[in-house]
Every structure is written in C-alpha cells, then in structure tokens.
Design a protein around this ligand. Structure first.
Ligand code: SF4
Length: 197
C-alpha cells in the first residue's frame, strides 16, 4: 500500500514507551479527545482515499476500536490497522488487514510482544520490524525463521536518523531476504516534524 493516498486515524493512548517513538504526543491516555463515531464517519465520508489506516498510540488499547474498524469497512477499499501486537489481534474483523509491528530489542519494549498472536495470523497480515541497528536486523531475521513468517508480507523500516536505509538495503540484498524496505514517505516529503499529513 506504500505510496497510495491514505487517511490516518490516530487513536490516543499507548501503554508502551518505545525509545524511538515519533508520536510521543499520542502516548498519554488523555492526549486525545472523545469522538462520536457517527460524526466521525460523516467527517470522513467526503475524504475519498483508497486506504484508511487506524493507528496510534496503540489503537487496540481503545475499547471501541473494533467497532470503528467495522464501520470503516463499507466506506474504504482497504482498511488497515497498525498495532504493536501487545494486544490480542483475534478481535480484529477479518477483512481488516493487520500490520503487526513486532517490537525489537532496541525498542526497549520487546517484552510486550504477545507471541500468541503468531498463531492467529491471517493471509492479509503484514509483519513489520522497525529497526534501530544491525542487532535488531539480526534478531528480526531469527524471528522470521522461528515463526515461519516468510509466508506473509514482511516489512522492515529504519528508525529515523538511527539506521541508514542504505545499510538496511545492503543487508537485505546480502541475505537475499524477501522483505520490503519501507521508508516513512511523509517524513521525506513534508519533514520529520510535520503532523496532520
Ligand atoms: S507502540 Fe507506537 S505509539 Fe506506542 S510507544 Fe511504541 S512507537 Fe510510540
């Protein structure tokens, strides 16, 4: 889906504290504001992007997240949910594509990975690793092998200004990994600090 116009819905609140978090403003549970679902859908309706991504914070920390996802399915061609995987993903509606952001050792939140989620992955699940260094890359390769994840779409991305995408590209080619190197396009287009884009 990289490059396709996408509507972002960011749900506030996250129980994790990744060292590289680029949305610290969305971590406190009281950082957002309550939204009425009907009104939110009315606001979204004129926004005709092919993709909508529900993200956070940690979206599954919000008890009405699945209700929101269900409501988005008739409106958008593709509905995606990006989650840290610290919560049970079996509650996500089948037609929603889960992007499971597995926390690496250098994130500081590796212990929060809910490994039971590996047993309930669906064909439309994408597995993502956000990498800080070569140690994270090596660890991610081991996780891919351990859980036989090459059956799924695999994404690797670099923590902004911590890992050079050129290094990651070289490792991927060297190791002949069938993974997609994902760049945070919005940061290249609008700058690292831009919000609301
Ligand atoms: S899971 Fe996401 S929102 Fe939560 S601390 Fe980590 S990077 Fe930030």
């Amino acid at each position: 889906m990289a490059g396709l116009p996408c509507t972002f819905i960011r749900l506030a609140g996250c129980p994790l504290q990744c060292v590289y978090c680029d949305t610290p403003q969305a971590i406190p549970l009281d950082s957002g504001e309550n939204q009425d679902l009907t009104r939110l859908l009315e606001e979204l309706h004129p926004v005709q992007t092919p993709v909508v991504l529900v993200t956070g914070g940690e979206p599954l920390a919000q008890k009405n997240c699945t209700q929101l996802l269900q409501a988005l399915l008739p409106i958008y061609q593709h509905v995606q949910l990006e989650t840290s995987g610290a919560y049970d993903i079996s509650i996500v509606p089948d037609d929603v594509a889960v992007i499971l952001d597995i926390k690496t050792p250098a994130s500081g939140e590796c212990a929060r990975n809910r490994w039971q989620n590996m047993e309930i992955l669906r064909p439309n699940t994408e597995i993502k690793f956000v990498l800080m260094d070569e140690g994270d890359y090596t660890w991610a390769k081991e996780i891919i092998q351990k859980y036989d994840l090459s059956r799924y779409t695999l994404l690797m991305s670099c923590v902004w200004q911590a890992l050079d995408p050129q290094d990651l590209a070289a490792w991927i080619v060297r190791d002949q990994l069938a993974v997609r190197l994902q760049l945070q396009l919005h940061k290249y287009i609008w700058g690292a600090k831009a919000t609301g884009v």
